[in-house]
Design a protein around this ligand. Structure first.
Ligand code: GLN
Ligand code: ZN
Length: 756
């Protein structure tokens, strides 16, 4: 095996350990700094990364894992697939790049590429638009320059690129493409560009190239598998090319593995954390190097080195050679655990962030070739044993409570009875108007929260400021004439982190930032132990809001699935068990809200679809535990209490049955952007409870007029009876301004009145 692959990673974070790149990008976009400063920040981050990976002992250091915005957008540029609406802006390369990412010319200008979830992670990529007329051409500047940059530092690197088949499978057809056109129809043209790229890289002296094909860990048709075969026959057959590593992550390759194993590529990267070892005899695999992803690249737990080494030995018997890697790019974890000086030392010993994972990969590779690494193995063993025995992880009270639950604990009374009881209690008009929960987060609120957190504002003053804000928001809603009010969520930094900070079993980090998209980062909490709710969390705010008004105020909670989806979750028990623990904590909160006189409780599950497994065969089990968790969280209240849920998307298809299974009294969904497209589907599914298809697209600064909202409501009424239709925006208002929100909600209330 070429020495360069013995230990490696498919990718590494790039936003900067202190989010240096985020700041450089935002300063550049704001016009506060120039191109030179941005370039310098980018170069510094790349150099830091390469030097760090080399210093940690990694044999094969990747390059081109850096990105100014998104690696899929980089692939669009590489392939010359810039849509005409951006190319015609007459901007330079960087200007065009950021226009694709962020749009140009403000409202009414050029819309950016669509942003969507990267598989089942919390990273978001920009969706390429491919049409019959897309004129692919090679623009190799980025990978070539980065390779040269690293070489100038004395480092031989492996350029990492999105593979051509996955690029097309992640794309959407340009609008106006003939019906039946699929981006994959353009495969041969795109592969020609990649062929030229490989020849170019070979001429540069590149020894290895990595082509990522993660699209093949999902179910693929025979045609799509055939496309993969064609790509690697063609690229593998090139006379002048680097050695090729095809890497796939977030699951197992399934039927795509034999395709790659029988192609002329040199190495295949497998995710052995999310997927298992290849089963049965895979023809051709014995002739390949397998880069075995045995170190989890997307969670934060320290690796069981003994188990990982055993897996590596098992791979040795299947493959021609074995290299050690992480299961996927380290983009999905924070940089360095050493920065978390405030974490409890014992808990810290159980964790590994990107740099610690690289060290684990290096250790495993050394052990695999017979070097003595017993010190590292002993340390890992001790940490794992400590974690398994730690009293802080186990809460017997939580366990026995869960063990004592029966089927009755996840069910409410029949919907018809609930609906009648709620009608009597709440006395709402037909087509009730409401919002999704958050109101605009002003600078004042953010500053008050930050000051409180930093200890510069005492609790009494903080509470007074939040109460003042709640009162303002209640009065505003009354003035606007909304029927069901909210407190506005001013006390929440983030809908998951807020709850994590108040639940036992979670810790939050100081520097654990992970890129979400572009310059946006999140700091997922770490769920390490049994979860419980030591004290009520939202009750004081909700009851204060309710005390101010005669109208019903809706209590606002985050659901168990979303809390899991946006946290790093423990890997020592099934996800469904963890979900039920979180559900019990939320259940306690719903019951306390009810007891405090709050008659409506909303439990948001915007991530329900995000966690949906990539393979269809795995979905039923997921939907089973996720729906049960939601039911457990919401079925502790009486029939007279109205349970709402909110889901953040409009494509219902895959989860429509699950939404019915949640058994919420009212479900709000995103619909304004698609102009109510989804309403007929919901109606056809037999869903027969309250539904609020959004009538105000809060993702845009645009303010809808009354006529427009009225038209949307009339469209919805074609499929949904008037006694089940709710009137609400698409999502929370927290990213909007009051100048936008006030007229938009005025139109929403006026339209509801007209239609009534
Ligand atoms: N209640 C939350 C809010 O209004 C819901 C946010 C979400 O769906 N992502 O902000
Ligand atoms: Zn939403």
């Amino acid at each position: 095996m070429p020495r360069t692959l013995a230990s490696t990673v498919p990718g590494y974070p790039r936003i900067g350990p202190d989010r240096e790149l985020k700041r450089a990008l935002e300063a550049y976009w704001a016009g506060e700094s120039g191109r030179d400063e941005l370039d310098a920040a980018a170069r510094a981050e790349r150099e830091r990364t390469w030097r760090r990976l080399a210093a940690l002992g990694l044999d094969a250091v990747p390059s081109n894992t850096f990105s100014l915005y998104d690696q899929v957008l980089d692939a669009v540029v590489l392939a010359g697939a810039v849509p005409p609406r951006f190319a015609s802006l007459g901007l330079d390369g960087l200007g065009t790049y950021f226009a694709m990412a962020r749009g140009a010319g403000g409202a009414g200008g050029v819309a950016p590429l669509e942003l969507t979830k990267w598989f089942d992670t919390n990273y978001h990529y920009l969706v390429p638009e491919i049409g019959p007329a897309t004129r692919f051409h090679l623009d190799p500047a980025k990978p070539v320059n980065e390779y040269r940059e690293a070489r100038a530092l004395g480092l031989e690197t492996r350029p990492v690129l999105l593979g051509p088949a996955s690029l097309l499978l992640l794309s959407k057809p340009v609008s106006g493409a003939p019906s039946g056109f699929e981006p994959l129809d353009r495969l041969d043209d795109l592969v020609a560009v990649y062929a030229l790229l490989l020849t170019t890289l070979a001429a540069e002296g590149v020894e290895w190239v990595q082509l990522d094909e993660p699209a093949y860990v999902a179910d693929r048709t025979a045609d799509e598998l055939e496309a993969l075969r064609r790509v690697y026959e063609r690229l593998g057959g090139l006379a002048e090319r680097p050695s090729i590593l095809v890497s796939a992550y977030f699951g197992s390759l399934g039927d795509a593995l034999p395709v790659l194993a029988s192609s002329p590529v040199e190495a295949i990267g497998l995710d052995l954390v999310a997927g298992g070892l290849p089963v049965g005899d895979v023809p051709g695999l014995a002739g390949k190097t397998v880069v075995a992803g045995v170190v989890d690249g997307r969670n934060v737990w320290r690796t069981d080195l003994d188990a990982a080494l055993a897996t590596l030995r098992a791979v040795e018997s299947l493959a021609g050679a074995v290299a050690v890697g992480t299961s996927c790019s380290l983009l999905h974890v924070p940089y360095d655990l050493d920065a978390e000086t405030a974490l409890d030392p014992q808990l810290r010993s159980w964790l590994a962030f990107a740099d610690q994972k690289v060290a684990e990969v290096v250790t495993l590779a050394a052990a695999l070739r017979g070097e003595d690494r017993s010190a590292e193995f002993d340390e890992a063993r001790a940490a794992l044993a400590g974690r398994a025995a730690a009293p802080s992880v186990v809460d017997d009270g939580v366990r026995s409570r869960l063990a004592g639950l029966g089927p009755g604990d996840t069910r409410r009374g029949p919907y018809a009875e609930r609906a009648a009881a709620q009608r009597d209690r709440l006395g709402l008009p037909p087509l009730p108007t409401t919002t999704i929960g958050s109101f605009p987060q002003t600078g004042d609120i953010r500053r008050a929260r930050a000051a409180f957190r930093a200890g510069k504002l005492d609790r009494a003053e903080y509470t007074a400021r939040m109460r003042a804000e709640i009162e303002r928001v209640i009065r505003l809603q009354e003035r606007l004439g909304l029927d069901v009010l909210v407190h506005g969520e001013p006390e929440r930094n983030d809908m998951v982190q807020y709850f994590a900070e108040h639940l036992a079993g979670f810790v939050t980090t100081e520097h654990g930032w992970v890129q979400s998209y572009g310059s946006r980062c999140v700091r997922p909490p770490i769920l390490y132990g049994d979860v419980s709710r030591p004290a009520p969390i939202t009750v004081e705010w909700a009851t204060y809001a309710q005390s101010l008004t005669e109208r019903p105020v809706k209590g606002m909670l985050t659901g168990p699935v979303t809390i899991l989806a946006w946290s790093f979750v423990r890997d020592d028990q099934p996800l469904g068990d963890t979900a039920r623990q979180v559900a019990l904590a939320i259940r306690d909160e719903t019951v306390d809200l009810e007891a405090a006189g709050v008659g409506i409780v909303q439990v948001d599950e915007p991530a329900l679809r995000e966690l949906l497994p990539l393979r269809v065969a795995d979905r039923a089990a997921y939907l089973e535990w996720s729906v049960t968790a939601f039911q457990l969280a919401t079925s502790g209240v009486a029939d007279t209490t109205q349970v709402h849920t909110h889901l953040c998307y409009s494509e219902f298809g895959d989860v429509v049955a699950a939404i019915d299974g949640l058994d919420a009294d009212v479900t709000s969904i995103e619909a304004a952007r698609s102009r109510m497209e989804i309403v007929p589907d919901v109606a056809a599914s037999g869903f027969d409870r309250g539904i609020g298809p959004g009538v105000y697209d809060i993702h845009s600064p645009r303010v809808p007029g009354t006529d427009e909202v009225e038209a949307l409501l009339r469209r919805a009424l074609a499929d949904i009876p008037g006694d089940r239709l709710w009137v609400n925006p698409d999502c929370g208002l927290k990213t909007r301004t009051y100048e936008q929100v006030e007229p938009a909600l005025t139109a929403l209330v006026a339209a509801a009145a007209r239609v009534r």
